[in-house]
Design a protein around this ligand. Structure first.
Ligand code: C2O
Ligand code: CU
Length: 548
């Protein structure tokens, strides 16, 4: 296995991803950052220099389990102190599974400022994890949403009373490029939009007629659930979050923040015209134009950059929950790559997701507890016996599931906040059921994509309505559930997942919508922390470890 070294300098730069000039957090001057490519079993070393001048940073390797290296997970407040301006931090970890992953900032709401990118791990040819499908070439598609307001302004708004909500994104980006629809109007009034800026040139994906392509698709959106389509080309879904899927064909693909998919497409359409790649907002009422790119055939008569002769696909109805639900249910393990889950769990944690208030501030909570990050990272505090560093009371395992009306605005919206964590018995099997509910406004429930660090989990089942612990576990798919690291909880729905607490460390589990995690929609698990090897000094230096 090889060791792949990267030298990254993180800095603010003026960028025009959607033709509008904005300060963005960049890696070596780029946003998105460079794609990390490796082969299964390789060691990746990324030396990160923080040149943000006035801002901390930490980088999370989303989907990489960090077996034996929990301190390299990059989660500020959980696994490390933030990297201070001017400091250097080296992340070293093994990529033990092939697949499509991503990385992004995990400090405050910095991810939405542009610090994100892809990780592509190829399988060892001929090995047990080699792809059960063939293709002639591949392309990568990184989907994002983009605002013109700074991340600071967004975060300060969320923390204010009354809350200042940034609203829907101004643009949807594909591989870091988009087009702000009101560019000319903005430019006419002196705004910094330049439709001819090379940084917002529409991306072109070229294909050879007759060939089959693997498209790796990842979403790092801050808010939006997306629907992705390649006009005129059906997609066969073959990978989800690094695991092979029993192939199924879709016209377009729903993808939530933190998820990755691979699809196969056949370049079998008229090569003499171009086709749209389109990303559209679903699950929230869209206020953003379709994000577009171009699919172009080599040797065709159309020049690669010419806009297709059609209007871009607009995707399914944004509020068609069952359309998305059905795709979730259809995503199961490839028959030749089924890893059967343990038949039962040792512990079930039932989490009610609600929108709440604390002293007038709007928050998100699990079982009425809104999560806050401690000042001393859990990993450091627990290894060092610094018990006063966070709330020692365990958060609640369940809620009043027999009486709670998930379709109603809750009667008493007040929540408490805590930085307590769930301690799991090492090696035990844990079920988590996420129950969605009505928000503070009547008749409103959103989709929440939940992401678990340090593990893949089996997705045992989905439902719409209230989860009943006496009934629904009997309907779980124990035969061929997909393993994932991020999963959707649909409006008014529930999602059940199972994992083995077999990775010594401390791991975040949270909604991948940046503002939701910021407002407390997350929890943290600890397992086998006593087995973690001696911690590297460079993760310390904040909270109760100052001066150590
Ligand atoms: Cu991709 Cu904790 O996040
Ligand atoms: Cu959420």
């Amino acid at each position: 296995a090889a060791t792949r070294h990267h030298e990254w300098e993180i800095s603010y730069q003026f960028k025009s991803p959607d033709c509008v000039r904005k300060l963005a957090v960049t890696i070596n001057g780029q946003t998105p950052g460079p794609t990390i490519r490796a082969v299964q079993g390789d060691t990746v070393v990324v030396r990160v220099k923080n040149s943000l001048l006035t801002e901390n940073v930490a980088i999370h390797w989303h989907g990489i389990r960090q077996h034996g290296t929990p301190w390299a997970d990059g989660t500020e407040g959980v696994t490390q102190c933030p990297i201070l301006p001017g400091d250097v931090f080296t992340y070293t970890f093994v990529v033990d599974r092939p697949g499509t992953y991503m990385y992004h900032a995990h400090y405050g709401m910095q991810r939405s400022a542009g610090l994100n990118g892809l990780i592509v791990v190829s399988a060892k040819p001929g090995g047990p994890d080699a792809e059960p499908f063939g293709y002639d070439g591949e392309h990568s598609v990184l989907l994002n949403d983009w605002w013109h307001k700074s991340t600071y302004e967004q975060a300060a708004g969320l923390a204010s009373v009354p809350m200042g909500w940034v609203g829907e994104p101004q643009s949807l980006l594909i591989n870091g490029r988009g087009r702000f629809v009101n560019c000319s109007a903005m430019a006419a009034t002196g705004g910094a939009c330049n439709a001819a800026h090379p940084e917002c040139a529409t991306p072109v994906f070229a294909v050879v007629p007759g060939k089959t392509y693997r498209f790796r698709i990842a979403s790092v959106t801050s808010l939006s659930a997306l629907n992705f389509e390649i006009e005129g080309h059906e997609m066969t879904v073959v990978e989800a979050d690094g695991h092979y899927v029993k192939p199924f064909v879709v016209k377009n693909l729903n993808i939530y923040s933190g998820e990755t998919y691979s699809v196969l497409i056949k370049a079998n359409q008229d090569p003499n015209r171009n086709y749209w790649l389109a990303s559209n907002v679903v699950s929230r009422k869209p206020g953003t134009a379709t994000g577009t790119a171009i699919l172009s055939y080599y040797g065709g008569r159309s020049s690669p950059r010419r806009a297709p002769p059609t209007t871009p696909p607009t995707g399914p109805a944004w509020n068609d929950t069952m359309y998305r639900f059905n795709q979730s249910v259809a995503t199961v393990a490839h028959p030749a790559h089924v890893e059967a889950p343990p038949p039962r769990s040792d512990r079930t944690i039932l989490l009610l997701n609600t929108q709440n208030k604390i002293d007038g501030h709007i928050k998100w909570a699990l079982n009425n507890v809104s999560f806050t990050l401690p000042h001393t990272p859990y990993l450091v505090a627990m290894k060092g016996g610094l018990l006063g560093a966070f709330d020692q009371r365990p958060p609640p395992e369940t809620y009043a599931h027999r009486s709670y009306d998930i379709y109603a605005v809750q009667k008493n919206p007040n929540a408490t906040s805590s930085d307590g964590l769930y301690r799991l018995e090492f090696g035990s099997v844990v079920d988590v059921v996420l129950q969605n509910s009505n928000m503070l406004d009547a008749n409103k429930s959103e989709t929440h994509p939940w992401h678990l660090h340090g593990h893949d989990f089996w997705v045992l089942g989905y439902g719409i309505g209230r989860f009943d612990p006496a009934v629904h576990p009997k309907t779980y798919n124990l035969k061929d559930p997909i393993l994932k690291n991020t999963v959707a909880v649909h409006p008014y729905g529930w999602t059940a997942l199972r994992f083995k607490a077999d990775n010594p460390g401390v791991w975040a589990f949270h909604c991948h919508i940046e503002s939701h995690f910021f407002m407390g929609m997350g929890i943290v698990f600890e397992e086998g922390v006593e087995q973690v090897a001696e911690l590297p000094q460079e993760i310390m230096g904040c909270g109760k470890t100052k001066g150590h």
